[in-house]
Design a protein around this ligand. Structure first.
Ligand SMILES: Cc1ncc(COP(=O)(O)O)c(C=O)c1O
Length: 417
């Protein structure tokens, strides 16, 4: 073929994906897409796998939230671009909501993002350079690893301890720190564990960060989502001199993950974040230009008008389901559920020694799906094999049926000891 009289170097079209795209990998998709997942046609499918509280239709945004978005749409004032960090009024509303008595926030301390996912990406990338490492929990939300790996930032997993309600193994955490460590990610309350850390434990984690002068990235997308008799403490409320980038959003507490509203809060009592990180976050915000302006515009009314019963109702559902699932699974030989204290998940240990023909968590999940049409997530996707995670936002009657089916499945596959 000729091109201006010059022969083309390539004889056919070959478009390679970039190295970054090839490095970008979400373990959840990779594991789930590779699984043999044919439900039993004779049983209704119950999926306990997706961390989306709206999928079963029993939970969703409040009327006040929907009205706020409708109003934003009808006003005709939110159809254009917002400032890349977000509308001033919405950021001021977030600042007001998350201000602490000794750590007040201003709208300039808030940067909007497309969901907590983008908030996490910004928080990690505003500080970490390629070759540095970020400490992340295991088991943990896989996105931390996905973001870091795509940008050549290393990760090191610190251990969580199931026998201590998934507290951080502090010695292990500290042993991982080296001169290239950039920051520590803490997920509280946790996906996938449903753990909620006590004030004392968070202070212990902060002490490790303080000793090594490491900033904390606090993933608090489940902030305040705790069961009865449990109190939520934000990392920033206990961090003293440690700079904290807190990531949050509407997705879980406001039951609207599809609205993609998230934020990063710059919380520092020493001014350690001043100008450098603030400017860096501003720079990063100019890549995507913020979440949907209708939701941004609705945010002040969403905060002001949502009633306490809205939050408490969802938490009652999650807690009832947690108790129900824990009770049933606890009775089953070979299973060790860990009772959560918040968020919307329960992790259950699996001892394959008790079973005739179950190799590991993935095998368990596949066979359970084929025989019982119940789908759970193998904790392999959270770097924690031999556990599986169930979601607690499903209607309680379905959790009951699903756990009963898990129990019968386990009995059927039990090894004759
Ligand atoms: C711990 C954790 N952080 C962040 C996110 C992402 O939230 P968003 O849907 O707002 O992007 C999730 C979603 O499941 C999560 O579980």
């Amino acid at each position: 073929m000729e091109n201006n009289g010059q022969p083309n170097k390539k004889s056919k079209w070959t478009i390679a994906s970039s190295l970054m795209a090839r490095r970008t990998y979400n373990p959840i998709r990779a594991v789930v897409d590779g699984m043999k997942l044919e439900p039993n046609p004779e049983k209704e499918l119950i999926s306990l796998s997706i961390g989306d509280p709206t999928v079963f239709g029993n939970l969703g945004p409040s009327q006040e939230m929907k009205d706020a978005v409708k109003k934003a749409l009808d006003s005709g004032k939110s159809n254009g671009y917002a400032p890349s960090v977000g509308y001033e009024a919405g950021r001021a509303a977030v600042a007001k909501r998350f201000s602490l008595p000794d750590l007040p926030l201003d709208s300039k301390d808030v940067v909007f993002a497309c969901g907590c996912s983008e908030a996490l990406e910004m928080a990690i990338l505003v500080m970490a350079n390629p070759g540095q490492n970020v400490l992340i929990p295991k088991p943990g939300f896989s996105l931390y690893w996905t973001i870091c790996t795509a940008y050549n930032v290393d990760t090191k997993y610190y251990r969580l301890l199931p026998e201590r309600s998934w507290e951080v193994d502090l010695e292990h955490l500290e042993s991982l720190i080296d001169e290239n460590t950039n920051s520590i990610v803490i997920t509280n309350p946790s996906n996938p564990c449903g753990s909620v850390y006590s004030k004392e434990h968070l202070l212990d984690i902060c002490e490790v960060a303080r000793r090594h002068r490491l900033p904390i990235i606090a993933d608090e997308v489940y902030a305040n989502m705790v069961f009865s008799n449990t109190k939520f403490y934000s990392v920033a409320s206990l961090a003293d001199e440690i700079p904290v980038l807190t990531c949050g959003g509407l997705a879980k507490r406001f039951l609207c993950p599809g609205w993609r509203m998230g934020w990063v809060l710059m919380q520092s009592r020493t001014g350690a974040f001043h100008e450098e990180v603030r400017k860096g976050l501003f720079n990063l915000s100019t890549r995507i230009l913020g979440p949907c302006t209708l939701i941004q515009a609705a945010l002040p009314a969403i905060f002001d008008n949502t009633q306490p019963e809205f939050y408490s109702h969802a938490m009652e559902v999650f807690e009832e389901n947690a108790k129900l699932a824990y009770k049933t699974l606890h009775e089953v030989d070979g299973l060790t559920p860990v009772m959560p204290q918040g968020a919307m998940y329960l992790m259950c240990g699996l001892d394959s020694e008790y079973f005739r023909d179950i190799k590991d968590d993935q095998d368990f999940v596949e066979k359970l799906m084929c025989e019982e049409s119940v789908f759970c997530l193998p904790a392999k996707v959270f770097e924690y094999p031999n556990f599986f995670r169930i979601v607690l936002s499903v209607p309680p009657e379905k959790v009951k049926i699903a756990c009963q089916r898990i129990k019968e499945f386990c009995i059927r596959h039990k090894k004759n000891l």
